[in-house]
Design a protein around this ligand. Structure first.
Ligand SMILES: C[S@@+](CC[C@H](N)C(=O)[O-])C[C@H]1O[C@@H](n2cnc3c(N)ncnc32)[C@H](O)[C@@H]1O
Length: 299
């Protein structure tokens, strides 16, 4: 019996303990894209909030199921839950819907034939985004545009020197700017999102770059890097969470050697100053414009 899980549904949905995890946001998971068609008995999906990303994931899950296999999918009502039934029905399946804990839950038994899977998979697949001229994929942070925070940091950043790291690299926009400096000897690109890391690999072909699909909070505090750049996340599972950015700041300090510098951009309203002053010897706000602050912090 093969059981898959996508994401982390709340405990009230009784997620299977022995399932194979397939979320791109959980490092080490098996990609749903590589699961053999018609090979799975049961899948529970905690559906992502973006429409293209959600339809892509549902189509991949249905494709992976054996005929007669069961898809159990749920999402918060205001983050796609109320659209789930219609989206599933469009694949030509019968949907049983219920409500629980501010979520909508839909159960589907996979029929022999399905409609529209290929279209949904194509609409959510990785692609070279016109205008951005970079590889990206729906679901990746700011997947089809250059984020304003990243732009603010890129415009302020002087040429870096030595070995560094981009914490939360996304599809590689900031790393591309950092690697324009000839004195950069190595750059690690780290992100929690497998799709972002895969896109960054295609976008950043410079041999000085290396790529890690990892949670920044779990990186070893090597204390040997010359610089850190970061546009840190401030959402965890959809809710604003300043602790994530604060954890990035502490990790940056752990990764840097004495005298090394962190270059960080943040939304103006986020309270990072205390964390920066605690972890670093000298903190300077180098820019404050357009709703973003850019800090240089020296260890
Ligand atoms: C604000 S975005 C910046 C992305 C990229 N630098 C850019 O400008 O396009 C933050 C990034 O951090 C990633 N992220 C979120 N939590 C993370 C974690 N715990 N460890 C590593 N990366 C994380 C997100 O997937 C996202 O790509």
């Amino acid at each position: 019996m093969t059981t898959l899980l996508y994401g982390r549904p709340p405990a009230v949905f009784d997620p299977p303990g022995d399932a194979v995890q397939t979320s791109p946001l959980i490092p080490g998971s098996a990609p749903l894209e590589s699961v053999a068609e018609g090979s799975v008995d049961d899948i529970m999906v905690y559906a992502p909030p973006g429409v293209l990303e959600r339809r892509y994931t549902l189509a991949l899950a249905l494709r992976a199921l054996k005929p007669g296999g069961r898809l159990d999918v749920m999402a918060p009502k205001d983050k796609g839950g109320s659209r789930l039934k219609k989206e599933l029905a469009a694949f030509g399946v019968e949907v049983g819907e219920s409500a629980k804990a501010h979520h909508r839950r839909c159960v589907v038994i996979r029929p022999e034939t399905l409609d529209g899977l290929d279209e949904a998979i194509e609409a959510g697949a990785p692609r070279l985004v016109p205008g951005l001229e970079a590889w990206s994929q729906p679901g990746v942070f700011a997947w089809d545009r250059l984020d304003a925070g990243t732009m603010a940091l890129a415009q302020t950043l002087p040429p870096m020197k030595g070995a560094g790291i981009d914490l939360g690299c996304g599809y590689g926009a900031l790393a591309t700017v950092v690697l324009r400096a000839p004195a950069v000897t190595a750059l690690r690109l780290v992100d929690l999102d497998r799709r972002a890391v895969e896109a960054a690999r295609k976008n950043v072909t410079d041999p000085r770059a290396s790529f890690e699909w990892a949670d920044v909070r779990t990186l070893e505090d090597t204390g040997e890097l010359n610089f850190v750049v970061s546009n840190p996340p401030f959402h965890d599972g959809g809710a604003e969470d300043k602790r994530l950015g604060q954890a990035f700041i502490r990790k940056a300090a752990g990764l840097l050697k004495k005298g090394g510098g962190l270059w960080l951009v943040a939304n103006r309203h986020l309270p990072y100053e205390a964390e920066l002053n605690d972890a670093f010897k000298r903190v300077t706000m180098v820019a404050d414009a357009g709703g973003y602050k850019v800090f240089e912090a020296v260890k």
